[in-house]
Design a protein around this ligand. Structure first.
Ligand SMILES: Nc1ncnc2c1ncn2[C@@H]1O[C@H](COP(=O)(O)OP(=O)(O)OP(=O)(O)O)[C@@H](O)[C@H]1O
Ligand SMILES: [Mg+2]
Length: 256
Protein backbone atom coordinates (compact mmCIF):
# COMPACT_ATOMS: atom_id res chain seq x y z
CA UNK A 1 0.00 0.00 0.00
CA UNK A 2 1.21 3.53 -0.76
CA UNK A 3 0.18 6.81 0.88
CA UNK A 4 -2.84 8.56 -0.58
CA UNK A 5 -1.27 11.94 0.00
CA UNK A 6 2.37 12.72 0.55
CA UNK A 7 3.83 16.17 1.15
CA UNK A 8 7.38 17.22 1.79
CA UNK A 9 9.33 20.40 2.25
CA UNK A 10 6.27 22.66 2.17
CA UNK A 11 7.10 26.32 2.66
CA UNK A 12 4.51 29.09 2.53
CA UNK A 13 5.37 32.66 3.50
CA UNK A 14 3.35 35.82 4.00
CA UNK A 15 5.97 38.56 4.07
CA UNK A 16 8.39 37.63 6.83
CA UNK A 17 5.93 35.21 8.40
CA UNK A 18 6.34 31.51 7.71
CA UNK A 19 2.86 30.01 7.70
CA UNK A 20 4.44 26.69 6.66
CA UNK A 21 8.05 25.99 7.38
CA UNK A 22 9.37 22.78 5.86
CA UNK A 23 6.33 20.61 6.51
CA UNK A 24 6.27 16.93 5.68
CA UNK A 25 3.11 14.85 6.02
CA UNK A 26 1.61 11.66 4.67
CA UNK A 27 -1.89 10.27 4.81
CA UNK A 28 -2.75 6.63 4.14
CA UNK A 29 -5.95 5.27 2.61
CA UNK A 30 -8.68 5.10 5.24
CA UNK A 31 -6.61 7.02 7.77
CA UNK A 32 -7.87 9.96 9.83
CA UNK A 33 -5.16 12.46 10.72
CA UNK A 34 -5.95 15.41 12.96
CA UNK A 35 -3.88 18.58 12.67
CA UNK A 36 -3.98 20.45 15.97
CA UNK A 37 -2.30 23.61 17.21
CA UNK A 38 -3.11 27.09 18.46
CA UNK A 39 -4.67 29.81 16.35
CA UNK A 40 -2.25 31.00 13.66
CA UNK A 41 -0.04 27.90 13.81
CA UNK A 42 -0.62 27.17 10.12
CA UNK A 43 -3.31 24.47 10.17
CA UNK A 44 -5.59 25.98 7.53
CA UNK A 45 -2.58 26.97 5.45
CA UNK A 46 -1.47 23.35 5.48
CA UNK A 47 -4.89 22.14 4.36
CA UNK A 48 -4.98 24.72 1.59
CA UNK A 49 -1.50 23.82 0.40
CA UNK A 50 -2.28 20.10 0.44
CA UNK A 51 -5.50 20.49 -1.51
CA UNK A 52 -3.92 22.79 -4.06
CA UNK A 53 -5.87 25.90 -3.09
CA UNK A 54 -2.62 27.78 -2.43
CA UNK A 55 0.70 27.13 -4.05
CA UNK A 56 3.61 26.73 -1.64
CA UNK A 57 6.89 28.42 -2.46
CA UNK A 58 8.74 25.19 -2.01
CA UNK A 59 7.91 21.56 -1.56
CA UNK A 60 5.74 19.03 -3.26
CA UNK A 61 2.38 17.34 -2.72
CA UNK A 62 1.70 13.98 -4.34
CA UNK A 63 -1.80 12.53 -4.51
CA UNK A 64 -2.35 8.94 -5.60
CA UNK A 65 -5.60 8.96 -7.59
CA UNK A 66 -8.24 6.24 -7.91
CA UNK A 67 -6.39 4.85 -10.94
CA UNK A 68 -3.24 4.51 -8.82
CA UNK A 69 -1.35 7.28 -10.54
CA UNK A 70 0.76 9.67 -8.42
CA UNK A 71 -0.21 13.23 -9.32
CA UNK A 72 1.82 16.28 -8.38
CA UNK A 73 -1.02 18.45 -7.04
CA UNK A 74 0.70 21.75 -7.80
CA UNK A 75 1.74 20.72 -11.30
CA UNK A 76 -1.86 19.94 -12.33
CA UNK A 77 -3.75 22.42 -14.48
CA UNK A 78 -6.52 24.24 -12.64
CA UNK A 79 -9.07 22.21 -14.63
CA UNK A 80 -7.43 18.91 -13.71
CA UNK A 81 -7.21 19.90 -10.05
CA UNK A 82 -10.88 20.85 -10.00
CA UNK A 83 -11.79 17.55 -11.64
CA UNK A 84 -10.01 15.61 -8.88
CA UNK A 85 -11.50 17.87 -6.21
CA UNK A 86 -14.99 17.18 -7.61
CA UNK A 87 -14.67 13.46 -8.09
CA UNK A 88 -12.23 12.17 -5.47
CA UNK A 89 -12.07 14.80 -2.72
CA UNK A 90 -14.48 16.46 -0.37
CA UNK A 91 -13.96 19.74 1.44
CA UNK A 92 -15.79 20.69 4.58
CA UNK A 93 -15.36 24.31 5.62
CA UNK A 94 -15.45 25.85 9.05
CA UNK A 95 -17.94 28.43 7.86
CA UNK A 96 -20.88 26.81 6.03
CA UNK A 97 -21.04 29.93 3.85
CA UNK A 98 -17.82 28.79 2.19
CA UNK A 99 -19.06 25.25 1.59
CA UNK A 100 -22.73 25.75 0.71
CA UNK A 101 -24.73 27.93 -1.60
CA UNK A 102 -27.04 29.63 0.87
CA UNK A 103 -29.59 30.85 -1.66
CA UNK A 104 -30.39 27.57 -3.44
CA UNK A 105 -32.29 24.67 -1.89
CA UNK A 106 -30.73 22.07 0.38
CA UNK A 107 -31.53 19.39 -2.18
CA UNK A 108 -29.85 21.39 -4.92
CA UNK A 109 -26.75 21.83 -2.76
CA UNK A 110 -26.39 18.05 -2.67
CA UNK A 111 -27.56 17.49 -6.23
CA UNK A 112 -25.12 20.02 -7.61
CA UNK A 113 -22.17 17.94 -6.42
CA UNK A 114 -23.63 14.87 -8.13
CA UNK A 115 -24.22 16.78 -11.35
CA UNK A 116 -20.67 18.12 -11.27
CA UNK A 117 -19.59 14.48 -11.03
CA UNK A 118 -21.62 13.62 -14.12
CA UNK A 119 -25.08 12.59 -12.83
CA UNK A 120 -27.86 13.68 -15.22
CA UNK A 121 -31.07 11.94 -14.24
CA UNK A 122 -33.23 14.38 -12.28
CA UNK A 123 -35.24 11.70 -10.42
CA UNK A 124 -32.23 9.80 -9.19
CA UNK A 125 -30.38 13.00 -8.21
CA UNK A 126 -33.38 14.04 -6.13
CA UNK A 127 -33.65 10.58 -4.61
CA UNK A 128 -29.95 10.59 -3.69
CA UNK A 129 -30.31 14.06 -2.16
CA UNK A 130 -33.24 12.87 -0.03
CA UNK A 131 -31.35 9.75 1.01
CA UNK A 132 -28.31 11.78 2.06
CA UNK A 133 -30.40 14.30 3.97
CA UNK A 134 -31.82 11.40 5.98
CA UNK A 135 -28.34 9.96 6.54
CA UNK A 136 -27.15 13.20 8.10
CA UNK A 137 -30.35 13.43 10.16
CA UNK A 138 -31.99 16.24 8.21
CA UNK A 139 -35.67 15.92 7.38
CA UNK A 140 -35.89 15.21 3.62
CA UNK A 141 -39.21 17.07 3.66
CA UNK A 142 -37.08 20.25 3.98
CA UNK A 143 -35.23 19.49 0.76
CA UNK A 144 -36.60 22.60 -0.94
CA UNK A 145 -35.64 24.96 1.90
CA UNK A 146 -32.48 27.02 1.42
CA UNK A 147 -29.69 26.41 3.95
CA UNK A 148 -30.03 29.94 5.27
CA UNK A 149 -33.25 28.73 6.93
CA UNK A 150 -31.26 26.00 8.74
CA UNK A 151 -29.49 26.21 12.11
CA UNK A 152 -25.69 26.17 12.26
CA UNK A 153 -25.57 22.48 13.13
CA UNK A 154 -28.01 21.64 10.32
CA UNK A 155 -25.89 23.61 7.85
CA UNK A 156 -22.82 21.61 8.88
CA UNK A 157 -24.75 18.36 8.39
CA UNK A 158 -25.82 19.57 4.98
CA UNK A 159 -22.18 20.26 4.16
CA UNK A 160 -21.37 16.68 5.11
CA UNK A 161 -24.09 15.36 2.81
CA UNK A 162 -22.94 17.59 -0.04
CA UNK A 163 -19.37 16.51 0.44
CA UNK A 164 -19.99 12.75 0.81
CA UNK A 165 -22.73 12.16 -1.76
CA UNK A 166 -20.13 11.58 -4.47
CA UNK A 167 -18.24 9.07 -2.30
CA UNK A 168 -14.90 10.88 -2.16
CA UNK A 169 -11.74 9.00 -1.15
CA UNK A 170 -10.24 11.90 0.74
CA UNK A 171 -11.95 14.59 2.77
CA UNK A 172 -10.41 17.82 4.01
CA UNK A 173 -12.21 19.18 7.08
CA UNK A 174 -11.34 22.56 8.55
CA UNK A 175 -12.88 22.95 12.03
CA UNK A 176 -16.10 21.11 11.08
CA UNK A 177 -17.62 21.74 14.51
CA UNK A 178 -16.29 25.28 14.99
CA UNK A 179 -18.78 27.82 16.28
CA UNK A 180 -21.38 25.27 17.42
CA UNK A 181 -22.82 24.55 20.85
CA UNK A 182 -21.02 21.78 22.73
CA UNK A 183 -24.02 19.42 22.58
CA UNK A 184 -24.43 20.03 18.85
CA UNK A 185 -20.69 19.46 18.37
CA UNK A 186 -20.85 16.09 20.09
CA UNK A 187 -23.65 14.81 17.86
CA UNK A 188 -21.97 16.11 14.76
CA UNK A 189 -18.71 14.40 15.71
CA UNK A 190 -20.54 11.12 16.28
CA UNK A 191 -22.15 11.43 12.88
CA UNK A 192 -18.83 12.20 11.19
CA UNK A 193 -17.19 9.28 12.96
CA UNK A 194 -19.90 6.83 11.86
CA UNK A 195 -19.77 7.96 8.23
CA UNK A 196 -15.97 7.97 8.10
CA UNK A 197 -15.92 4.40 9.38
CA UNK A 198 -18.71 3.20 7.14
CA UNK A 199 -17.26 4.73 3.99
CA UNK A 200 -13.62 4.02 4.87
CA UNK A 201 -12.69 7.64 4.21
CA UNK A 202 -9.27 9.15 4.56
CA UNK A 203 -9.64 12.45 6.40
CA UNK A 204 -7.40 15.38 7.16
CA UNK A 205 -9.09 17.10 10.06
CA UNK A 206 -7.97 20.52 11.22
CA UNK A 207 -9.19 21.29 14.70
CA UNK A 208 -8.61 23.31 17.85
CA UNK A 209 -10.56 20.68 19.70
CA UNK A 210 -8.41 18.01 21.32
CA UNK A 211 -11.53 16.00 22.23
CA UNK A 212 -12.55 15.91 18.57
CA UNK A 213 -9.06 14.76 17.62
CA UNK A 214 -9.20 12.00 20.22
CA UNK A 215 -12.61 10.84 19.04
CA UNK A 216 -11.91 10.80 15.32
CA UNK A 217 -8.21 10.56 14.60
CA UNK A 218 -5.89 7.62 14.26
CA UNK A 219 -2.91 9.92 14.17
CA UNK A 220 -2.29 13.46 15.40
CA UNK A 221 0.04 16.09 14.03
CA UNK A 222 0.83 19.07 16.26
CA UNK A 223 1.69 22.36 14.58
CA UNK A 224 3.37 25.40 16.02
CA UNK A 225 4.51 28.46 14.10
CA UNK A 226 4.28 26.69 10.76
CA UNK A 227 6.20 23.61 11.86
CA UNK A 228 5.18 20.13 12.91
CA UNK A 229 6.56 19.79 16.42
CA UNK A 230 5.15 16.36 17.21
CA UNK A 231 3.25 13.56 15.53
CA UNK A 232 2.19 10.07 16.44
CA UNK A 233 -0.71 7.75 17.16
CA UNK A 234 -3.59 9.73 18.71
CA UNK A 235 -3.59 8.00 22.09
CA UNK A 236 0.17 8.26 22.42
CA UNK A 237 0.30 11.98 21.59
CA UNK A 238 -2.58 12.82 23.94
CA UNK A 239 -1.69 10.54 26.84
CA UNK A 240 2.07 10.87 26.66
CA UNK A 241 2.94 14.10 24.83
CA UNK A 242 6.68 14.45 24.31
CA UNK A 243 7.04 18.04 23.16
CA UNK A 244 6.57 20.80 25.76
CA UNK A 245 4.16 22.61 23.46
CA UNK A 246 1.97 19.51 23.09
CA UNK A 247 2.02 19.06 26.86
CA UNK A 248 0.82 22.63 27.23
CA UNK A 249 -1.86 22.18 24.57
CA UNK A 250 -3.19 18.97 26.11
CA UNK A 251 -3.09 20.25 29.69
CA UNK A 252 -4.67 23.60 28.87
CA UNK A 253 -7.58 21.76 27.31
CA UNK A 254 -7.91 19.48 30.30
CA UNK A 255 -7.88 22.51 32.57
CA UNK A 256 -10.42 24.40 30.46
N1 LIG B 1 -3.78 35.34 3.13
C1 LIG B 1 -2.95 35.61 4.15
N2 LIG B 1 -2.25 36.76 4.19
C2 LIG B 1 -1.39 37.03 5.20
N3 LIG B 1 -1.17 36.21 6.23
C3 LIG B 1 -1.83 35.04 6.25
C4 LIG B 1 -2.76 34.69 5.23
N4 LIG B 1 -3.27 33.47 5.52
C5 LIG B 1 -2.70 33.08 6.68
N5 LIG B 1 -1.82 34.02 7.11
C6 LIG B 1 -1.01 33.95 8.34
O1 LIG B 1 -0.40 32.67 8.38
C7 LIG B 1 -0.41 32.15 9.69
C8 LIG B 1 -1.09 30.82 9.71
O2 LIG B 1 -2.45 31.02 9.42
P1 LIG B 1 -3.51 29.84 9.37
O3 LIG B 1 -4.79 30.41 8.91
O4 LIG B 1 -2.94 28.71 8.59
O5 LIG B 1 -3.58 29.44 10.92
P2 LIG B 1 -4.54 28.39 11.65
O6 LIG B 1 -3.67 27.46 12.40
O7 LIG B 1 -5.50 27.81 10.68
O8 LIG B 1 -5.30 29.34 12.68
P3 LIG B 1 -6.84 29.28 13.21
O9 LIG B 1 -6.86 28.16 14.22
O10 LIG B 1 -7.04 30.61 13.84
O11 LIG B 1 -7.75 29.03 12.05
C9 LIG B 1 -1.07 33.21 10.55
O12 LIG B 1 -0.09 33.98 11.18
C10 LIG B 1 -1.86 34.03 9.57
O13 LIG B 1 -2.01 35.35 10.01
MG1 LIG C 1 -7.59 27.94 10.46
Amino acid sequence: MSPLLEAEGLVLRFGALRALDDVRLSLWPGEVVAVVGESGSGKSSLLRALSGLVRPEAGRVLYRDAAGEALDVHALSEAARRRIARSEWGHMHQNPRDGLRMGVSAGANIGERLMAAGARHYGSIRAAAAEWMARVELDPARMDDPPRHFSGGMQQRLQIARCLVTRPRLVFMDEPTGGLDVSVQARLLDLIRALVEELGLAVLLVTHDIAAARLLAHRIVVMRQGRIVEEGLADRVLDDPQHAYTQLLVSSVLAA
